[in-house]
Design a protein around this ligand. Structure first.
Ligand code: ZN
Length: 250
């Protein structure tokens, strides 16, 4: 040290930021561009609760901030009995039921959607509640370790690009994402669509073909026997006049 003294000593200090679990996940850019989804920037695991709150108590300024909704937390927590955070999709029906029992003035139905690897929105959970209750549509995101819900504020705007090039407002069936010009047409469709599992309809391009791996899954029964009894008719030798009735002997 005496032969090679230090002339300067540089000390760098930085703020310690320990890793903390957060349910906030960034949206994909194409979703942000739609301006149809509110992605609340929460640092807790309550994104589901904040989304429901934001649906009932919307704000114009900075709707992504949790501070806008904390004043309603106690009210919303009444419907969270025996439901833990983060809220699993399998618990949404329970929340819905408890909410509707406790706050019957505002009956709700909650649908959850996600986008797949092709960036197409598809239904993940569809409420069994009547359509004339207040509909809340959520977008489910996951980065493999953290689930996160966002609030869809304009469903038509979010999914329209994957069903049509037109810019009109459409009424969408949340079960199959079919679009309709009027609510009446949608209600007519729902009578039949509710008989099937929720799924997304994919239309093939011209010339494209589709192949079923399990054809028997399309049938109610594995084997169907159609017997044509006419083949057992015995030949009738006797001739009848024009006024007589035809007679078949089996
Ligand atoms: Zn449908």
């Amino acid at each position: 040290m005496r032969d090679n003294p230090a002339h300067t000593l540089k000390i760098s200090m930085s703020k310690l930021k320990p890793f903390s679990a957060s349910s906030y996940i960034h949206l994909l850019q194409w979703v942000i561009n739609k301006n149809a989804v509110i992605n609340i920037q929460n640092n807790d695991q309550k994104c589901f609760l904040w989304c429901i709150t934001a649906a009932f108590y919307p704000v114009d300024n900075h709707p992504y901030q949790v501070l806008n909704y904390v004043q309603y937390e106690n009210e919303m927590m009444q419907a969270m009995r025996d439901i833990s955070f983060p809220v699993a999709i399998t618990h949404i029906s329970k929340f819905e039921k408890q909410y509707n029992e406790l706050l019957s003035n505002n009956k709700i139905n909650i649908n959850v959607n996600a986008y797949d690897e092709s960036n197409l929105v598809c239904p993940l959970h569809i409420s069994e509640m009547p359509i004339d209750t207040t509909q809340i549509d959520l977008l489910y995101l996951s980065n493999k370790t953290t689930p996160h819900y966002c609030l869809i504020k304009n469903f038509s705007r979010l999914v329209r690009c994957q069903t049509t090039e037109h810019e009109h407002k459409y009424y969408y069936c949340k079960r199959c994402l079919s679009q309709f010009n009027t609510e009446g047409k949608l209600l007519e469709h729902l009578v039949y669509c509710k008989k099937f599992e929720a799924s997304r309809t994919i239309m093939l391009n011209p010339g494209q073909t589709i192949k079923f791996k399990k054809l028997n899954s399309l049938l109610e029964s594995d084997v169907i026997i159609i017997a044509d009894f006419e083949c057992f008719l015995k030949h009738v030798q006797k001739r009848f006049n024009a006024t007589s009735h035809a007679v078949s002997v089996i």
